[in-house]
Design a protein around this ligand. Structure first.
Ligand code: HAM
Length: 431
């Protein structure tokens, strides 16, 4: 009986595993450079954890299960609720600001499509305990810092930045009732994915007042924060949110990534818990879904029973990123290939005991070594060494029997030299 893999999942053969390790390794390295510490949580949580604040979209995509005690559980579709729970549990002993990162494996029961799978890895960086816009900027910078280091430029990707706080202030200043905000967010979040007429029709349905709808449409079409005051009535709340966004852009400019950043009021974000600055990073061509998304969520810790502590963060998946890096020729050229430092080969098949012994000696000094199980002629062994991308071959032959000397063949230059076994091993010792 042949059982196929589950749709929307991936098998990581060594070549795919090398790419995954390179991407995840880069995420970890950039997190540490930007001052974040790593954490992780369980892969499943109580189902209600995601029903509280993640929003309908995530709830519809849950893989849920019941344990033997009848408890409703769900495999994590995101790690932000776990982070809020973990921080709340130790809130009094954790030094602030909390700057944590994680690279969880997540599952969402989505319809698989280009860049969207049912199981994926997601890099998360979050800052908890700081309510200033500089923290939002640091999150955006960290995501861009990683993308920049892979070789992507501002001609390839853009961080589209907006603010839920600004949107709420604009809706309020236009007289849209507060109870309607959540459904407005859901509609405005879909604007980029809908044909213009469909969006206009849905907007008219939600906002029957033509004047209000025109203002909202004008706001949604803006290209810079400076223009906001020219299209909506300016209230104190609107001015406050504008000042905050300007601060984010100014900080990103100081950090040297201004060319990657644009204001885009169409960024609302699907998750229900965002309260302030929100952003997504997209490929410039716009063919792919978001590479990354995040924002400020100042109420989530309180909603999970903790104190009111401000928080901001982002998540970047590995799927869209990998497609984009591949399309730009930045993936296989940078992913390290399989590499064995030493391949121990035999010119005289009777010496195979020595081959195992020398391979073990090399390995015990912290270097990688392989040998052939087939023990054909030397040329066959050298071919195997080439296919394993060995750096050098250590050939055991007559010189070893006569003088305990090895032939070391550099596989790049093809040059050979004779070295005594003791000298060879002592040179492998760590300094
Ligand atoms: P999200 O927008 O749901 O945010 O996901 C963030 C990123 O995860 C997306 O931009 C995408 O790269 C990746 N992603 C999401 N779903 C899938 C999928 N089915 N297949 C492949 N990749 C996917 C969050 O999850 C927030 N918790 C992020 C956050 C952290 N906000 C604050 N802190």
């Amino acid at each position: 009986m042949k059982i196929p893999p589950v749709k929307g999942t991936r098998d990581f053969y060594p070549a795919e595993m090398a790419r995954r390790n390179w991407i995840l390794g880069g995420w970890k390295q950039v997190s540490i450079c930007n001052g974040f510490e790593e954490y992780d949580g369980p892969i499943f949580e109580h189902l209600k954890m995601y029903q509280v604040k993640s929003g309908d979209e995530i709830v519809e995509q849950l893989f849920s299960l019941q344990d033997r005690g009848g408890r409703d559980l769900a495999i994590r579709p995101e790690i932000t609720p776990t982070l809020a729970r973990m921080v709340n549990q130790q809130i009094n002993s954790l030094p602030r600001p909390i700057k944590w990162f994680s690279v969880p494996r997540l599952c969402r029961a989505e319809r698989p499509q280009k860049g969207r799978l049912r199981e994926f890895f997601q890099w998360n960086v979050d800052i908890i305990g700081i309510d200033s816009p500089e923290a939002d900027a640091e999150i955006i910078f960290t995501a861009l810092d990683y993308l920049r280091r892979t070789g992507l430029t501002s001609a390839d990707v853009k961080a589209k930045i907006s603010s839920r706080r600004l949107l709420a202030a604009v809706l309020e200043s236009l007289g849209v009732p507060t109870e309607q905000f959540d459904s407005m967010y859901a509609l405005l979040d879909k604007k980029a994915k809908l044909p213009a007429e469909t969006f206009a029709a849905l907007l008219a349905e939600q906002v029957p007042d033509g004047e209000q709808a025109r203002h909202i449409a004008a706001f949604m079409a803006l290209e810079s924060v400076e223009q906001v005051e020219s299209v909506v009535p300016v209230s104190e709340a609107v001015s406050g949110a504008i000042a905050e966004l300007k601060n984010v852009f100014a900080t990103l400019e100081s950090m040297g990534v201004a060319d990657f950043c644009v204001f885009d009021p169409g960024i609302v974000r699907g998750l229900a818990y965002y309260t302030g600055v929100v952003f997504e990073i997209h490929d410039v061509v716009g063919e792919l879904r978001a590479i990354c998304g995040g924002g400020r969520y100042d109420n989530l810790l309180r909603d999970f029973g903790g104190p009111a502590i401000p928080a901001t963060g982002m998540g970047m998946g590995d799927c869209v990123l990998e497609i984009l890096l591949h399309e730009k020729g930045l993936l296989d050229s940078q992913v390290p290939r399989r590499h064995v430092e030493y391949f121990v080969a035999l010119a005289d098949p009777t010496l195979n005991g020595t081959m195992y012994e020398i391979a073990a000696q090399i390995r015990s000094r912290g270097h990688s070594a392989n040998f052939s199980y087939k023990l054909g002629g030397l040329s066959k062994q050298l071919k195997e060494a080439t296919s394993q991308k060995a750096g050098a071959c250590v050939i055991i032959g007559q010189e070893y029997v006569d003088k305990r000397e090895l032939v070391i063949k550099d596989m790049t230059s093809g040059q050979q030299s004779l070295v005594g076994l003791d000298q060879f091993l002592s040179e492998l010792e760590p300094d």
